[in-house]
Ligand binder design. Sequence first.
Ligand code: LMR
Length: 394
Amino acid sequence: MFETLKAQPADNILALMQMYKDDPRETKIDLGVGVYKDATGLTPIMRAVKSAEHQLWEAQNSKSYTGLAGDPDFGDALVKLVLGDAVRRANVAAAATPGGTGAVRQAFELIQMARPDARVFVSDPTWPNHLSMLKYLGMTIVPYRYFDEDTRGVDFDGMTADLKTAQKGDVILLHGCCHNPTGANLNATQWDAVIKILQDSGATPMIDIAYQGFGDGLDADAAATRKVAASVPECLIAASCSKNFGIYRERTGMLMAVSSDASAQKLNQGTLAYLNRQNFSFPPDHGARLVTMILNDDALRADWMAELEDIRNAMLGLRSQLASELQRLSGSDRFGFLAEHRGMFSRLGTTPDMVAKLRDDHGIYMVGDSRMNIAGLNAQTVPILAKAIIDVGI
Ligand code: LMR
């Protein structure tokens, strides 16, 4: 029967990982997949994670099942980390998922269950897997303008004009912070305008927050998500712990459905548990337990926050270094946006041909839409990248 299968399109980001691996050049630089790397190129296990793992190994005496929505303590801890005191805990249904991707997928399925004809508005561009999963599920995608190719900032007029066409029953997918793939983000005033559109249209926001703590800080990065959740009757939030806890392969994430009253919460909670059961039954526990231990222990939490802050500042330092190096080499400010962007990524804003030239001539790997993972750089490779960008004529 399997001879009927058709080859599926390769995921660009994952295909690039393989191309990089296969490149024998020692000088190659990987700015592809969104994984944090320190100055030595290692994706380190964070200190607090290592300590929590040690404690867990000593104390854990069973690996029996938890709950379909995961351990309730994880729910409490992560809801608090993402939403703070913005909404009542009793109004939030929360289910652990395999990573942030799992949360996004469950959110899409929840939307489909509730409203089979819902249109999902997505930023143009967005994380390619948003589109891939929506297509796979046969859902209707409506792109909204987001990136201004000239300024490399947000095309806010285009964005709001497009979002105003959304209606009740539609979903607007927003990146809570650190927009992937562009690195261009809304400011607080612009978020307020988006909230007004949500309120006026009755469309439901879905926020993907995968990089909390990588942009302007843990609370600053969650501020928009909190404000949206507090301002509309219903909201979905897909949160990832992969990046801010550095536990990529543990698959730790959570889908939250925020509603304006506790009876809706009960129905949502039951539905999230049901959806987990259909797709994978119990969610992975190891990463979730580590996160819970870290967030609920003062010393571990303080250490985690300090290390996360170091990571964030290291990325900001690389951004400034790259922007000033390019200013020096180009004699212009046209790369200043690199210092303004936030999170792991910046979209350079060049053609796929130039991206291929950087790869072929200089061994520099970035995604075809010119998304660079800033964390793939270090103080020594920034000047190499800057020179290559100028050399190929960007
Ligand atoms: C990325 O965008 O590079 C990350 O979110 C990893 C992934 O799964 O694509």
